[in-house]
Design a binder for this molecule. Structure first.
Ligand code: ARG
Length: 582
């Protein structure tokens, strides 16, 4: 469906042309004086220079050519603005088209295209911590948005399951239980099916080992173990399987509570088989060169303002690193899925890494000229005081704990306010808590840091997730009292509040487009906050269920139903949903 601004602009251009002026001057924008009009065109001011006459003269001539039925107000005002207010019939027709079209008539630029969204980025053997919240929920929202916009989407968690952390665990386990068969190089039997450690033990093993990195003897052991694991040493591979077996179900469980779902659970280890051929090819073509014992791909460009160091492919000790697995993963993705785009959501401190990797991938032809590569670097979530988020004892807060804190806080409110009957408390609580958490995050520009404020995020008033849910629940309740509403057509607005609401509804398509273009779920949040505000204003100023004029009432119901459907679509894209009661 054509976006409303495009329609008005098209009509304005026609009017310029009909009045004898260049249609290029007919661009219309949303009014910056909402007290005077809804839309405006400033084209006469620029046209006046070209046609050497007074802008107001042009504005008047153009205004005369516009179709009066489209507008409640068409006004040429000094020095040469054209102010517009849309007519009720215009809005009615537009919203009715939105109501009956698939997905509210949004355009689908992604049709026929595939995108890989690489997000989540959990590291195996380490519990998810608060640093994993943002990549999970921003990535999920972007993936859902891309899908809505027509793309075939593949979300890949890209587990950190191949680095030094694996070697550290192996070395630590060996110190504790050297008698295990995994460490006996001559062992040829089957390794035990049961893991030598539980999840709780694994979660203790890793930080203990990690703290010993400063001990050169231990560090050497861990590096050797990492190298041997990557070379395929059987016993180490068996330990690796145990680590995965113990760790993955826990990661899945927590992502599930966040309603974050990956189509692919691949990781750095899955890229490993692609490394030898990739490296050999890069060497052969002279793309990768020796530098201080390491193998690197120079990626600096003349236009660089800051130094961009070469992308390291193989370290001097022969091991592959983060960039190596990221490049090899691209090889795998291109072979298996031929994506048109790959989008990565990680902490913005990884920006240089992705710049290097993207350049190396282009230079070496792993991706084509047309393959789009985008890194969405997010900012940090800090504590309420703006300082880095820490537990009371100075440790890193577990993501699970953060979710539990939010859930407990919301549950207490749900119980205290007697919102729902006992058996619905948990489900309602979970929905509100998720909305609070996700909206609190997503309403910020991804690149910006923000402060996590449990009380503020969970409030039922203000710019919060629960406020949006509350608005949806309010509409649902009116609709269920009214009865069958699904096929009621949109009518012309019967009061100014209905009109405001209709104008807000029309912005859906352009919002989706802008959010996609700038990878900005925060634009969807801003939109639904505006839309929810218009709904609530309309609700307070209008008798809906008490309206005696049945036609008028049906129009009100059709309008709030459309608003509800759009709000629900938007929160689905943001990754949460509304309860029936609140
Ligand atoms: N595991 C990484 C980390 O914790 C994030 C992975 C992001 N994705 C990627 N393809 N590099 O920093």
């Amino acid at each position: 469906m054509e976006k409303i601004l495009d329609i008005i602009t098209r009509k304005m251009q026609q009017a310029f042309s009909d009045a004898g002026y260049d249609p290029a001057f007919g661009r219309v924008t949303v009014s910056n004086r909402p007290d005077l009009c809804e839309y405006q065109c400033n084209g006469a001011l620029s046209a006046a220079k070209q046609y050497k006459c007074a802008p107001i003269q042009i504005a008047k001539a153009v205004a005369e050519k516009l179709d009066a039925a489209d507008y409640d107000l068409v006004e040429a005002v000094n020095p040469g603005f054209i102010n517009l207010k849309l007519s009720g019939s215009f809005l009615q027709a537009y919203l009715e088209q939105m109501r009956t079209a698939e997905d509210f008539g949004v355009e689908k630029p992604g049709t026929g295209k595939t995108i890989v969204v690489d997000y989540g980025g959990a590291n195996v053997a380490k519990p998810l911590h608060i640093g994993h919240l943002r990549p999970a929920i921003i990535g999920e929202a972007l993936k859902r948005l891309y899908k809505f916009m027509g793309y075939h989407t593949i979300g890949d968690v890209h587990l950190g399951d191949w680095g030094l952390q694996m070697g550290l665990i192996i070395a630590e386990l060996q110190e504790r239980q050297p008698e295990l068969p995994y460490f006996d190089p001559d062992f040829i039997g089957d390794y035990p099916a049961r893991s030598p450690f539980t999840l709780a033990e694994l979660e203790e093993l890793y930080p203990t080992a990690s703290a010993k990195k400063t001990d050169p003897v231990f560090a050497e052991k861990a590096h050797t173990a990492t190298y041997e694991l990557q070379q395929g040493r059987r016993g180490y591979r068996a330990i690796w399987d145990h680590i995965m077996g113990v760790s993955l179900p826990d990661l899945r469980r927590i992502y599930d509570t966040l309603d974050v779902h990956f189509e692919q659970w691949l990781g750095e280890s899955d890229a490993d088989p692609y490394i030898p051929a990739m490296v050999a090819d890069m060497k052969e073509r002279g793309l990768a060169v020796e530098s201080e014992g390491a193998l690197v791909i120079p990626v600096a460009e003349d236009t660089d303002k800051k130094e961009v160091p070469p992308c390291i492919l193989i370290k001097s000790d022969g091991s592959a690193i983060y960039a190596t697995t990221d490049l090899a993963t691209m090889v795998q993705r291109m072979e298996d899925w031929k994506p048109d785009k790959m989008l990565y959501v990680t902490d913005k401190r990884q920006a240089l890494h992705f710049e290097q990797v993207f350049r190396a991938a282009r230079k070496s032809g792993i991706v084509t000229e047309q393959t789009e590569l985008e890194h969405v670097g997010h900012g940090t979530m800090n504590g309420k005081d703006g300082k880095p988020f820490k537990t009371r004892d100075g440790g890193v807060l577990r993501l699970e704990q953060l979710i539990a804190d939010m859930t407990d806080f919301v549950r207490a409110k749900v119980i205290e306010n007697k919102i729902v009957s006992d058996e619905l408390v948990e489900d309602t609580t979970a929905k509100i808590a998720l909305a609070a958490l996700k909206y609190g995050d997503l309403s910020n520009q991804p690149t910006k840091d923000y402060n996590f404020d449990l009380e503020r995020f969970a409030a039922f008033e203000g710019n919060t997730g629960p406020y949006i849910l509350y608005t949806i629940v309010r509409i649902k309740s009116i609709l269920s009292k009214y009865g069958a509403w699904e096929s009621l057509p949109i009518r012309a607005p019967a009061n100014p509040f209905a009109k405001e609401l209709m104008l807000s509804v029309t912005k859906f398509g352009s919002t989706m487009e802008a959010a996609l273009r700038s990878s900005a779920p925060n634009l969807i949040c801003a939109y639904i906050y505006d839309l929810a505000g218009a709904v609530n204003k309309f609700y307070h100023e209008t008798r809906i269920l008490g309206e005696e004029d049945k036609e008028k009432q049906a129009g009100y119901i059709a309008l709030i139903a459309l608003a509800k459907n759009i709000l629900e679509q938007c929160i689905y894209l943001l990754g949460f949903s509304a309860p029936d009661k609140m």
